[in-house]
Design a protein. Sequence first.
Length: 231
Amino acid sequence: MAAAARRRITVPGLRGAERAVPAATVARLPLYLRALVALEDSSVAMVSSEELAGVAGVTSTKLRKDLSYLGSYGRRGVGYDVTALRSHIEDEMGLTRDLPVLIVGVGNLGHALANYSGMTGRGFCVVGLIDADESVVGHSVAGVVVRPLGDLETLVAEHPGCIGVVAVPASAAQPVTDRLVRSGVRSILTFAPLSLEVPDGVEVRKVDLAVELQILAYHERLRTPPAVAAG
């Protein structure tokens, strides 16, 4: 795999050494974590690679290879300790503390994100809401007061290491991203249907709802019998 497709993470217990982990593996870690949480909630203490892979929706071979990058190896004939593996993955992903999240744009999407209960208990905490619309500023959403766009830099300074969420119209996405980057934000999630330009060292994850719907449309077409032309 090309080096550009790899991300570097530190593996505990290797005295600061770093191991190259494929980006595809990093992207699957949340699937394993979600599966482990579900198993733990069901009071499952140990799980085999086959069982965990089935819950996560991947092959057992792929799961074992992914976890080997983290230095996690199950015990032959026993499997993985669910709680220990969950803690290990959370540590690798930096989820041992609540990461601050700053949402810019408090329209319908911003409201939904601020109220999303899935962040709570998953290692994230919404610490700031920002909007350019003065009619929205001052309102409280999910217990967080919306502040004006001019407070963006102040909020970033108050919460170093925060993740910026860009939930503004496409025309405002790049300017908002530029301000986040200049303020020191290095991790950005965007819902804007365009590619954002950022300097090296800044990670951008893009959620394009139209693309996801198009993928679903393709799978739906495969399940739908072709129409028979009238004779």
